[in-house]
Design a binder for this molecule. Structure first.
Ligand code: IMP
Length: 380
């Protein structure tokens, strides 16, 4: 039996999962997505060229990897067709052999998108029709991909060859090789465990990987949580460590914190270990992947929130807008960590900050990203 590894967003999405899934994809046979739709925007940079994927797993950039869009996803056929064309134009090959769409994934219609654009303002949605499509799924009035391709719809013929029973495929594939599962968004946007109602409409956390692909909890071998070295959030909702001053502005500029899907500026703040501990617990994470460490280059100091004054180590899902963070302060290293590929080569100040994250979050770091390119990665 192969291993099944799950990569899940530990914060509010945009943690850099796409890059890390891309790095890990080189060693796997199947990469699968289990929830969400084109609200996600996974940015991957290969040899200086940037690719943004919304629906198709990052494994599509590797030869010989089978990419699965699981039953838990919601798919707008036109957007999928456009994305396939975009990837093909960039020189990557797509066929029914390397792209498989679950026959049970739900369809996002144009009416869902129109509705979301009007009604999604309060939450600050991406306007991709996600909420209305999941609502129809739960109300048992949605359309599934099998119904779509067997009906007489605009893209039925083009997509038919890709639509299949992906649950059977995954269980067959795990007999002989490794599978990588790619989460979209992040734990704090989970419909059940996030900051409701300021969440997305799917289970982004680890539980969603089981329902969204037809796996049992015991099938998953490793769960890696991806966290930025600081924190960002797009859209509305509480964020206790948010920085509304010039330091927040600096993080946004240096980290290029603008949405990959909507272009909106992301709210920036310090790493919140109270939130991270909650995320580790909800997902039963084994290891941490820390991204964007290089964004701190040239800054004066870093703060790390270890507790909230009102609740201590407890992350309160109700009343999160009323807590005040307690911080520890760390000096930033001289020079740069950009492109460092060995842990030993990191400056002592960077190691001190990372070690403290491990201590307060309670699990070890497995990988660190020191720049956007595939190569700019440390495996610890
Ligand atoms: P929706 O998923 O479009 O319904 O948006 C609901 C909330 O999730 C909004 O706050 C969005 O900004 C946020 N969101 C959705 N997808 C992503 C993502 O991929 N990264 C970060 N935030 C996201």
């Amino acid at each position: 039996m192969g291993n099944i590894t799950l990569v899940v967003g530990g914060q509010f999405g945009d943690e850099g999962k796409g890059k890390l899934v891309d790095v890990l994809s080189a060693q796997t046979r199947v990469v699968a997505r289990y929830q969400g739709g084109a609200n996600a925007g996974h940015t991957i940079i290969v040899d200086g060229t940037k690719y943004v994927l919304h629906l198709i797993p990052s494994g599509i950039l590797h030869e010989g990897v089978v990419n699965v869009l699981g039953n838990g996803m919601v798919i707008h056929p036109q957007s999928l067709i456009d994305e396939m064309a975009h990837i093909t134009k960039a020189g990557f090959f797509i066929s029914p052999d390397n792209l498989k769409i679950s026959e049970s994934a739900h369809v996002i219609t144009d009416a869902h998108i129109t509705e979301d654009k009007v009604a999604g303002g309060k939450i600050g949605t991406t306007g991709r029709g996600i909420g209305p499509a999941y609502r129809d799924k739960v109300a048992r009035s949605g359309m599934r991909m099998r119904d779509y391709v067997e009906g007489n719809h605009q893209w039925s013929e083009q997509l038919k060859r890709f639509v299949t029973n992906t649950t059977a495929l995954i269980h067959e594939a795990r007999k002989t090789g490794d599978i990588l599962i790619e989460g979209a968004q992040g734990t704090m946007l989970d419909i059940d465990h996030g900051t409701y109602p300021f969440v997305t409409s799917s289970n982004c956390s680890a539980g969603g990987a089981c329902t969204g692909l037809g796996l049992g909890p015991k099938h998953i071998s490793h769960i890696y949580g991806v966290f930025k070295a600081y924190l960002t959030r797009v859209g509305n909702g509480p964020m206790p460590t948010e920085l509304t001053d010039s330091i927040g502005e600096l993080l946004r500029e240096k980290g290029k914190e603008f949405g990959a899907t909507t272009g909106r500026p992301r709210r920036c703040g310090w790493f919140d270990a109270v939130q991270a501990r909650y995320s580790v617990m909800i997902n039963s994470m084994d290891k941490l992947l820390i991204t964007k460490l290089d964004v701190f280059d040239g800054m004066k100091e870093i703060k790390l929130c270890t507790e909230y004054r009102e609740t201590g180590k407890l992350y309160p899902l109700h009343g999160l807008d009323r807590v005040s963070p307690v911080y520890e302060t760390f000096p930033v290293w001289p020079g740069t960590v950009r492109g460092v590929t060995q842990y030993d080569k990191l400056p002592s100040e960077a190691k001190k900050y990372l070690r403290r994250i491990e201590e307060v979050v309670g699990i070890p770091i497995f990988m660190i990203s020191t720049g956007p390119d595939r190569e700019e990665t440390i495996v610890v």
